[in-house]
Design a binder for this molecule. Structure first.
Ligand code: AMP
Ligand code: ZN
Length: 479
């Protein structure tokens, strides 16, 4: 079956057919680096990463481009509010570039911990101003701009496809801040391409341009940088659903106005939000959860990745510590099952032998896994196939491991490394030794020597063996 994706442009599931056979140009809107990423933002990047991994799994040569916004993003996407970078720099007593560097590094630290593969190209807005100016010149030459109050605006009335992405559901009342109407705009959907008369007296970063010294609007950076690296028409553009109505709508208008090519991007993929008790998580509101907050609570970043894979990217997900705990337990249990399979197969480290051709029943599970991903990236179903595989007693342990590690290339749970991480310690304990220690512990308990009993449990635990007591006696598993 071919890969199919839900395309926001047209609002339907479509068979994926790239612009150039075998290759995929993929652009995902990157972070605005004025603060840490919150776990909602990280949902967007896990989605991009999973999609890129899946495309590669199905044989496409993907070029993944991500921007880093270090200039031009105001708190309202429609040119209203504060300059996010400037405000953060002032609050922290740093320069804008210091803030940008610090949070860019923090961002990639988070994405690395979530096993999000680094994009092939990461491009900073401040390093691409010339390319933005060139693009604005083309838009201007096409008659899509006007100057007002010192700024250069995009005139949406001249662009016939405006609003196509959002299904023309554009409701001005909803998106325009009521307290801040820009009197220079002919239409409130018009947006700034280049600010010269900044509303911020102390604007830190400015550049010379044909329209005067100033700085670019936020939307132009994604149009300019994506086309620089992926060409004037490319395959997939991704981001969160909040970007449909303004940011991506404006990106399309600018790009198509400049090139005259329609459609600019073939597939628009948008992830739904991660919410906290029905509320949206927002960086600007100041109440947000970071990956580090989860680690401080005792979670592994991969618990969070597992949690996210358990939801379909187009469904809203509610975050709670309880649901993350369930994901943590499920991941632990998955690793424990994989370790038991490794013991049965007599394998104590990841070897190329496991990459051999997967046969028989394991292949059926692999096919089900792939079919789930082919259907608009159905990761919850793909996880079920992984579970069905490792629980299937009819599959040879070696085949089950090989198939599980193969599946993992698409979902990024680092299963091979995690499975064998504790093996050095586990290997030092033979099953006979574990059985002898369990017997010694039972005897200690019978003598009410609970100190020794706990000591034995703790020592085994450190070596990766978990003891579980039940009325029927003590059993053990790899933890
Ligand atoms: P920003 O740094 O604000 O530009 O956001 C980075 C990415 O995170 C964008 O693709 C947003 O659409 C996405 N995003 C923001 N908040 C959430 C959320 N709560 N859940 C999922 N994605 C989000
Ligand atoms: Zn963007």
């Amino acid at each position: 079956m071919p890969l199919s994706l839900y395309n926001t442009l047209g609002r339907r599931i479509e068979t994926f057919i790239p612009v150039h056979e075998g290759k995929v140009g993929f652009y995902g809107c990157g972070p605005t680096v004025y603060n840490y990423a919150h776990i909602g933002n990280l949902r967007a990047y896990v989605t991009h990463d999973t999609l890129v991994r899946v495309l590669r799994r199905f044989g496409y040569k993907v070029t993944h481009v991500m921007n880093v916004t270090d200039v031009g993003h105001l708190s309202g996407d429609d040119d209203t509010g504060d300059d996010k970078m400037l405000k953060s720099a002032e609050e922290r007593g740093k320069t804008v570039l210091e803030v940008a560097d610090f949070y860019t590094e923090a961002f990639f630290n988070d994405t690395d911990r979530l096993r999000i593969q680094r994009p092939d190209i990461v491009c900073k807005a401040t390093e691409h101003i010339d390319c933005m100016i060139d693009l604005i010149k083309r838009i201007e030459a096409g008659g899509f701009t006007y100057n007002a109050g010192g700024n250069l605006y995009f005139n949406v009335a001249n662009f016939p496809y405006y609003g196509e992405l959002s299904g023309h559901l554009f409701d001005e009342q909803k998106t325009v801040s009521r307290t801040e109407i820009d009197g220079n705009k002919r239409n409130q959907s018009d947006f700034v391409l280049w600010f010269t008369k900044s509303k911020f007296e102390n604007q830190a970063l400015t550049w010379d341009s044909p329209w005067g010294r100033g700085y670019p609007g936020w939307h132009i950076e994604c149009s300019a940088m994506s086309m620089k690296y992926l060409g004037e028409q490319f395959d997939i553009h991704a981001g969160g659903i909040d970007h449909i109505q303004i940011h991506h709508t404006n990106e399309i208008a600018q790009s198509e106005a400049a090139t005259g090519k329609h459609p600019w991007v073939k597939y628009w993929v948008h992830n739904e939000f991660l919410v906290l008790d029905k509320e949206k998580m927002s960086k600007s509101a100041g109440s947000f959860i970071t990956l580090q907050n989860l680690i401080d609570k005792g979670f592994d970043p991969l618990d969070y990745r597992y949690f996210l894979l358990g939801g379909h990217y187009r469904n809203q997900m509610k975050f709670s510590v309880e649901s993350l705990k369930s994901a943590q337990n499920a991941r632990k249990s998955l690793l424990s099952t994989l370790r038991s399979l490794a013991v049965k197969a007599g394998i104590s480290e990841y070897t190329e032998r496991l990459d051999r051709k997967i046969t028989s029943k394991a292949k059926d599970h692999l096919d089900a896994f792939d079919a789930a991903l082919e259907e608009d990236l159905n990761t919850p179903r793909a996880l079920s196939s992984l579970w069905a595989l490792v629980k299937d007693g009819g599959v040879e342990p070696k085949d089950a491991l090989a198939a599980a590690f193969d599946m993992d290339k698409a979902i990024g749970l680092d299963l091979a490394a995690e499975t064998f991480k504790k093996f050095a310690a586990v290997n030092a304990v033979s099953e006979a030794e574990i059985d002898a220690l369990i017997a010694e512990r039972a005897a200690a308990k019978a003598e009410k020597n609970f100190l020794r009993a706990d000591e034995i449990r703790g020592a085994l635990n450190k070596r990766g063996v978990i003891l579980e007591d039940s009325p029927k006696g003590t059993t053990w598993r790899y933890g």
